[in-house]
Ligand binder design. Structure first.
Ligand code: GTP
Length: 338
């Protein structure tokens, strides 16, 4: 929910319909409520309501449609335009929505997106967002809210939406445990699970721990081969730093020399880059994107389908791990995740 023109349909169009940001300028106002159903992991379906923000619709949601709109809500995402000309009215509608939510869906989580942050000058962004966050927290009257600064023109949108969707995954911690095991079996630095259509991050392996001494071999589960034992690795380069190239492409400032201090924005950057890459594949090459393999010196990565609804990214840089070994392990792990 959020005022008309705040950018709700634009974000939906980017994340759920894979459209580029440049096409959002053509979007018309949403009439009443538009619904999307996205199948996540097996039987889990994300039911997304985009509520048109014109005053007449807002008044109708808050009056005649109040119980329909606010019942059975798991998450309310309220979008505030950072350049809104009527912040007072925005806040009044927001507070009214919170009241209705408390009554009809008491356990729902609330996320507030301070949107169009690209319109704020780079060095002022943090201060502007901090101030807005403080105001919104006060206006939320003690209710716990997650506040994110977002823009359709950078990865901030994926960060916010990945966090939101993550809260809806019932078995996220179990998934994380399995991904951590897969990472160990592959001698990988990290394993990340993405939803197939949106490329939002569903779960990740636990943060990388310092690598074991070179003589230690990780024991794999019975069905997963450990590339450190099954395929040749580069003997001379254990524990090398990540190359200055992140998955897909990035600037050298995004990564630091210590391999275990990975860029904090790597997940959302990957989501954003892969989405644009997928879009380019279908637009320019007229081919569907299936998988990606990278071998760069001591760093290797594979992005491949894991299940019907997910992609997995395995990044390895402890010595050199062949992408073929990573692919084999993905294949072997598949039935455990299905
Ligand atoms: P209603 O359907 O009337 O409720 O509006 P809405 O909230 O769905 O707004 P919509 O997504 O249609 O976006 C309105 C305008 O904002 C479009 O021209 C978008 O291109 C623009 N817009 C959306 N997101 C951003 C953003 O992050 N930055 C900037 N600069 N413009 C954006």
């Amino acid at each position: 929910m959020g005022a008309s023109g705040s950018g709700k349909t634009s974000m939906r169009s980017l994340i759920f319909s894979n459209n580029p940001a440049s096409l959002t300028a053509r979007l018309g106002a949403t009439i009443d409520v538009e619904q999307n159903h996205v199948r996540f992991l097996g039987d889990l379906i994300l039911n997304l309501w985009d509520c048109g923000g014109q005053d007449a619709f807002m008044d109708s949601y808050l009056n005649s449609q109040r119980s329909t709109i606010f019942s059975h809500v798991a998450v309310l995402i309220y979008v505030f335009d950072i350049e809104s000309r009527d912040t007072q009215k925005d806040l009044e509608y927001y507070k009214d929505c919170l009241e209705a939510l408390k009554k009809y869906s008491a356990g729902a989580r609330v996320f507030l997106l301070v949107h169009k942050m690209d319109l704020v000058r780079g060095r002022e962004r943090e201060g502007v967002l901090g101030k807005r966050r403080g105001e919104l927290e006060v206006e939320s009257g003690g209710m716990q809210v997650g506040v994110f600064g977002t823009s359709i023109y950078d990865e901030s949108l994926y960060k916010a939406w990945s966090r939101i969707v993550h809260t809806l995954i019932p078995n996220a911690s179990v998934l994380s445990k399995h991904l951590t095991k897969l990472a160990k079996c592959c001698s990988a630095t990290e394993v990340i699970l993405f939803e197939r259509t949106t490329f939002l991050v569903i779960a990740t392996s636990s943060p990388p721990t310092p690598p074991p001494p070179p003589t230690t071999t990780t024991t794999a589960s019975s069905t997963i081969t450990s590339p450190t034992t099954s395929l040749p690795t580069s003997p001379s380069k254990p524990n090398q730093p990540l190359s200055s190239t992140n998955i897909a492409e990035t600037t050298s400032t995004d990564l630091v020399d210590d391999p275990h201090q990975l860029s904090p924005t790597r997940y959302e950057r990957t989501s954003e880059l892969i989405k644009s890459f997928k879009h380019s594949c279908s637009r320019f090459v007229r081919e569907e994107f299936h998988s990606l393999e990278l071998e760069l010196g001591e760093f290797s990565a594979v992005l491949d389908e894991l299940t019907k609804n997910t992609y997995v990214l395995i990044v390895a840089h402890q010595g050199f791990v062949e992408t073929a070994a990573l692919k084999l392990n993905i294949r072997l792990a598949r039935k455990k995740f299905e």
